[in-house]
Design a protein. Sequence first.
Length: 56
Amino acid sequence: MKKFTTRFLRENNGVTAIEYALIAALVAVALAGTLTTFEGKLQAVFTSIGTALTPT
């Protein structure tokens, strides 16, 4: 049991995965906030692009 406990405490793969998950969640929240802030401008840009690409 002592070997298992020592090995478990040294193992850090799970901790690394949790850290990456937290970073990904933070990036997703920041991206969502940014896109919400610029929603009107982004919509105008994509509408402009769609209009320019539409054949006449």
